[in-house]
Design a protein around this ligand. Structure first.
Ligand code: FES
Length: 162
């Protein structure tokens, strides 16, 4: 098996956990959103294959599933990184140098804000207030708030991620 084939095989979706969820919700009318949320919790995003399985399992048209997923910003139609980094560039963070951190992080990760690294290690997003203005400039790295940032510290935090 070539290396590429091995990666493709590794990345094949295991739909078994999704089928368990569908089994649990199949008689609940209007449970499309919680099912989509749970599915996204498993896969990190909503691949077409997952949405097709949900449409079949919930007995709703695929167009309806797409309608819900594209309406709510909480759902993702493209694959995201293993780590989600959200840099705040709201007013308090901006005046304390968030712009420079963003520039340096774009160079460090070699992507633009809003993108995911080609190896899916990280998704880098810019948001506009994380509700921790007293710690500005602030970022969230997965579920951790990292405050009083300077670019060097941010680079260090990101290099420590697996
Ligand atoms: S502006 Fe950055 S946390 Fe509020």
């Amino acid at each position: 098996m070539t290396e590429t084939e091995a990666v493709v095989e590794q990345e094949m979706l295991d739909l078994a956990p999704l089928h368990e969820i569908l089994e649990e919700y199949k008689h609940e009318k209007g449970a499309v959103i919680p099912v989509l949320q749970k599915a996204q919790g498993i896969y990190g995003w909503l691949p077409a294959e997952v949405m097709e399985a949900i449409a079949r399992g919930m007995n709703v048209p695929l167009s309806q599933i797409y309608g819900v997923v594209t309406f709510y910003a909480q759902f993702y139609l493209t694959r995201r990184g293993r780590h989600i980094i959200r840099q705040c560039d709201g007013t308090a963070c901006h005046v304390r140098g968030a712009g420079r951190i963003i520039d340096i992080m774009e160079k460090e990760l070699n992507i633009k804000a809003g993108e995911t690294t080609p190896d899916y290690r990280a998704t880098y997003e810019v948001v506009y207030c994380l509700g921790s203005c007293g710690l500005a400039p602030v970022a969230m790295v997965d579920n951790n708030v990292v405050g009083h940032l300077v670019p060097e510290r941010m680079v260090e935090v990101v290099r420590e991620l697996d």
